[in-house]
Write a protein that binds this ligand. Sequence first.
Ligand code: X8Z
Ligand code: ZN
Length: 649
Amino acid sequence: MLLWMVLLCVGTPSLAYLDAPDGGQAGSPPTVLVGREVVEAAAEVFVQKKNKELSLQCTKTMKASWHYHTNLTSHNKAVLMAAQSDYQRVRRSSWEEARKWRVLHHFLTLRPALTRQMTFLSHLGPSALPYSYLTMYESVVEDMLAVYRSASVCLPHNPPICGVSMNTGLVDVMAGSRDEGVLKHVWREWRQQTSRVKHSFPLYLQMVKKAANINDFPNKADADLAEYGGSPFREELTNAWNQLKPLYTHLHAYTRRKLRQVYGSEVVSERGPLPAHLLGNMWGQSWDLGDLLVPYPGQSYPDLTKEMKRQGYTPHRIFEAANRFFGSLNLTLVPSSFWRDSLLQQPTDNRPVICSPSAWDLCNAKDYRVKQCTRLRGKDLISAHHELAHLQYFMQYRHLPYVFRQAPNPGFQEGVGLAVGLSATSPRYLRRLGLITPEQEEGNSRADLNLLMSLALQQITFLPFALLMEEWRWRVAEGTIKRRNWNCAWWDLRYSIQGVKPPVPRSEEDFDPGSKYHIAADLPYTGYLVAFILQFQIHKALCVKADRYQPLIQRRPLHKCHIFQSLAAGEALGSMMRLGKSVGWREALEQLTGPGGGKLNALPTREYFRPLELWLERDNARHGEYVGWRPDGEYCVYKTPSPKGRSCK
Ligand code: X8Z
Ligand code: ZN
């Protein structure tokens, strides 16, 4: 039935152009009336063609990328760069063609699945820039990265040890040193070096604004937030952060007291924010302070390495155990090619590889791999479960068109990996694997608290850092933070959200945001923030399905739950994964968590850490520690705008 009538120009290849306002003039193609079905059929042909082209190019690029990451030669790098540029060409031409279809919006609405695919095809980020600008964007990011990569510090030894970078030792110095002078020196020098990122920042901002505009967004903040449904999501993040704040503030107060014991109240004041250089991490995004903050030293669960060795574990066996975990949920086992093609341990032939764990979808619906230089440690066992969770996601949505073969927002894929990691961390699960004994597991509340503390120092501390970093970038992009205040505005956020201060006063001569890789590299960070919150929502929902979590029932707390062998949890997880990106993230989340559950919610995080929060409350009260922070000095010297009429000519 011809319900919707539109005018189409015959003779335009592949695309259905609507009649131009002056259509029908001599020399222009003839126009005909066609129905909605015809347009939809043409749109369907278009998206199918693009899905096919893109998945083929994706496979080529991923294969080249795999070869490079598992053998870092210049030849492999050149092959990868060529493949990436081919992929970008196809992606860009798809973008150009998809945008021509947008004119249809004035006349008819395509089926939702088609509209959704068209929308994804017609957003491209900076790659949509005209070539001259694209080159400028790429080179300005390259300049910022060059500053970051070349930054190194001289350690104040006698004689000094120079050329130390994040990759070659600064991580260990920040985490391991308790020498305040050394930590201050390293913290300051790193920022001294990376502050040169600032010179490139104005041009970078111009380019990302242009890229946002070309994709129909007013600025980069809106472009980035579109993945999550737009700017109201910012408020949702702030709400989630407010839900978590009581727990964070107690952790903050406890940490301040412990740091004061080591460094004295001259360095760590009674009620002030935490000095950023003492947190065990260059940015204070996790507090890697080893034994300093353990509630019950010497009473943790046993290290798994010894038991794994005793039982003859190998990297291969670690992944077999992780694979069985998914089998026990009645989910999909990895294909045989996984065992043949993956890299599960450090190669012995001296080939240079990037060892950080990663999961690979080669975009052909059959080829899935993991790269992980596995060692016999508890954290590698958890990481194996985490990476296979990513593979599970890839395999569950493989039936979908290419543009839907993604998680519904950038936080989901990681959120699922982290949620499965929580099950794998549970001592009850480790007992099922035979890696700890029933005696070690049962009623060991001190070991549980130590475990919760170590998780909180990675996960709870991360949230305010990630939030302030994104807030800073969004405010700069939309212009509410002005260039003359870039650095001091950064420290205002560091203070108000994170409760952290610099060890030495800062000024607008510095550019401390540039000390963080993801800012220099223009990489998104919101996905991590979302993932860290979502993981507990997902974990809770799965534990409810598995009937292994009941609030207020002491034997069934959230932090002890694992979903191993729960068919109900497996079914729920699999159904959500099968949706890929074919629906919005709220719908996918609500399907898993139940009616009304389609929003970010940090209360499951609070529930998970409840025993720790209670313990911290008592411990802070026992020591009369002030909970919260107040200013104890000036942290950054603002540049006042120059008075009118006094500017130099
Ligand atoms: O950059 C990363 C990963 C690489 S995908 C190691 N992360 C963020 C960071 O290090 O700042 C993971 C957590 C946040
Ligand atoms: Zn991951």
